[in-house]
Design a protein around this ligand. Structure first.
Ligand code: PEP
Ligand code: MG
Length: 537
């Protein structure tokens, strides 16, 4: 037996054969010596690639969403790029095989993009390589896809977007990748599919792994290859228990979240992008209590436009079909960086220029986002909340800004809905003055991740401090109580959207404190609903 660890991105246990995915190391076919025949082969392969990509585009659009589908659309357009086609033609005329010409022209074309100054164009180099690789694979007799014929645990270095979207989802028991992060394509897909998965796994991608039995424990982040009998028995038990527990939770689907004594609490979901909405519905959340909007600003090379933001928010609102949506405005800085913003490197980024501090000083960022949020509110119930608040003055500045945006849109004849304004309570300052803040806004949502970090003076990102980072610390719990009491005294509602909101050992405590809402990962909703429905509080 061999065991190791990775970063779990979704809990659960999977057991099955490894399917190792390594992009093929191919033998390129030699030229037939007839350039016209080679050119015809290339033209045919290009058409096959176009058909494959168009099918993938449709599948992605339906199953994942427009943002991911657009990547494939770009690749379809690149199949017709004149520079690429000329590069191939010239190489074939000089005696190269169709496959070699496609590979070399693709590499040259991709390198040219990588060398451009514009970071957006640089990033397209990956798409060009992906597109050219597909044509080469077809010319080598492959079908350009990942062939998976039986349920398996897919082990890979990483997966490109176009590889991710063509996977036969029903056959994947778990993903294990050596690279990737909590927000990589593969992690997003794992959460949508509710399958246990590990990224940044410590393992060698050795061909001998293929077909071996593997166990992935998404609860602990451990994996086992060729497990011994005792481990296999224990983990099979753990998997079956988890499945049974999951099955029992189905009784709570569609049921109102009300305790035995009649206390009603809203159970909403935290999401990071429009692509996560299907998981919200699948998890039976009552809406979205935290859309971490910064993810629409990350992994790209320029600020999203008002139109892009509006389209993204409108898609979420429409898919939620009348369920409430709380959008948190941009909380960039600290752990979430976007190079194109040109922010200085800071000594103490968690205490630095981040969140609302950026929005209040960069109207070029704040204005398009607020306009997009107001415009989306015409399509369904939308609320907005602001991160990292520390003072009443900040809140008043925000309210004045929002009032101006509303007036501006009204003058333009653009319809907007009722938008509740709320704030995140995630600094000790905001918790301490929550009685004053409550008079200014319509709701509070407590960000316990940051509230714990700032109350205990412990960097939430530093794994060495894990043993000291205690969100159950009496100081944090005392602040949580103060916050909800002050909210209710002013007649507004209060929720929790940090990780602590999903801690089942505290659910009854939150009920007792009087919290009105918990916003958690979509996959946790049914479990918490059960606890609340069975509670006497
Ligand atoms: C929090 O701080 O608890 C929170 C919900 O926000 P984030 O984790 O995005 O900082
Ligand atoms: Mg926070």
């Amino acid at each position: 037996m061999y065991e190791g660890t990775g970063k779990p991105v979704f809990a659960g246990v999977a057991i099955g054969p490894v399917q190792l995915y390594r992009p093929a190391q191919r033998q390129l076919p030699a030229s037939s010596g007839d350039p016209a025949a080679e050119q015809a082969l290339f033209d045919a392969a290009r058409e096959t690639a176009r058909t494959q990509l168009s099918e993938l585009y449709e599948k992605t659009l339906q199953e994942i969403g427009e943002e991911q589908a657009m990547i494939l659309d770009v690749q379809i357009m690149m199949l017709d790029d004149e520079d690429f086609l000329t590069g191939v033609r010239e190489r074939i005329a000089a005696g190269d095989s169709a496959a070699r010409a496609a590979r070399d022209a693709g590499e040259e074309f991709s390198a040219a993009f990588a060398a451009l100054d514009d970071p957006y164009m640089q990033a397209r180099a990956v798409d060009i390589r992906d597109m050219a690789e597909r044509v080469v694979t077809i010319l080598c007799g492959g079908d350009g896809g990942i062939r998976i014929t039986r349920p398996c645990i897919l082990v890979a270095e990483d997966l490109t977007p176009s590889e991710t979207v063509q996977l036969p989802r029903e056959k994947i028991l778990a993903f294990v990748t050596r690279q990737g992060s909590a927000n990589s394509h593969i992690a997003v897909l794992a959460r949508i599919l509710n399958i246990p998965s590990l990224v940044q796994a410590s393992l060698e991608l050795d061909g001998a792994l293929d077909g071996k039995t593997m166990i992935v424990d998404g609860f602990t982040g451990r994996y086992y290859i060729d497990p011994d009998e005792a481990t296999l028995a224990a983990m099979t038990g753990k998997r079956d228990e988890a499945a049974q527990a999951r099955q029992q939770l189905e009784a709570y689907r569609g049921v109102p979240t009300v305790s035995r004594s009649g206390r009603r609490i809203q159970l909403l979901a935290n999401i990071g992008s429009p692509e996560d909405v299907p998981a919200v519905l699948e998890g039976d959340a009552e809406g979205v209590g935290l859309l971490r909007s910064e993810f629409m600003y990350l992994g790209r090379d320029a600020l999203p436009t008002e139109e892009e933001l509006f389209e993204g928010y409108r898609r979420v609102v429409e898919q939620l079909g009348g369920r409430p949506l709380v959008i948190r405005t941009l909380d960039i800085g600290a752990d979430k960086q976007a190079d194109y913003l040109g922010l200085d490197k800071e000594e103490n980024p968690a205490l630095g220029y981040r969140g609302i501090r950026i929005c209040l000083t960069r109207e070029d960022i704040f204005r398009p986002q607020m306009r997009a949020i107001y415009r989306a509110s015409a399509f369904g119930p939308v609320s907005v909340m602001f991160p990292m608040i520390i003072s009443v003055q900040e809140v008043r500045r925000i309210k004045a800004f929002c009032a101006r945006i509303r007036e501006e849109l009204a003058a333009e004849g653009v319809p907007v809905g009722q938008v509740e304004l709320g704030i995140m309570i995630e600094t000790p300052a905001a918790a301490v003055i929550s009685a004053d803040l409550a008079k200014e806004v319509q709701f509070f949502s407590v960000g316990t991740n940051d509230l714990t970090q700032y109350t205990l003076a412990i960097d939430r990102q530093n794994a060495r401090l894990d043993e000291f980072y205690d969100p159950h610390h009496p100081a944090v719990l005392a602040l949580l109580r103060t916050i909800v009491e002050n909210a209710h005294a002013a007649g507004i509602w209060a929720g929790i959207c940090g990780e602590l909101g999903a801690d089942p050992t505290l659910t009854e405590t939150f009920l007792q404190m009087g919290y009105d809402e918990l916003s958690v990962s979509p996959g946790r909703v049914l479990e918490l609903r059960k606890i609340i429905c069975e509670s006497e509080v």
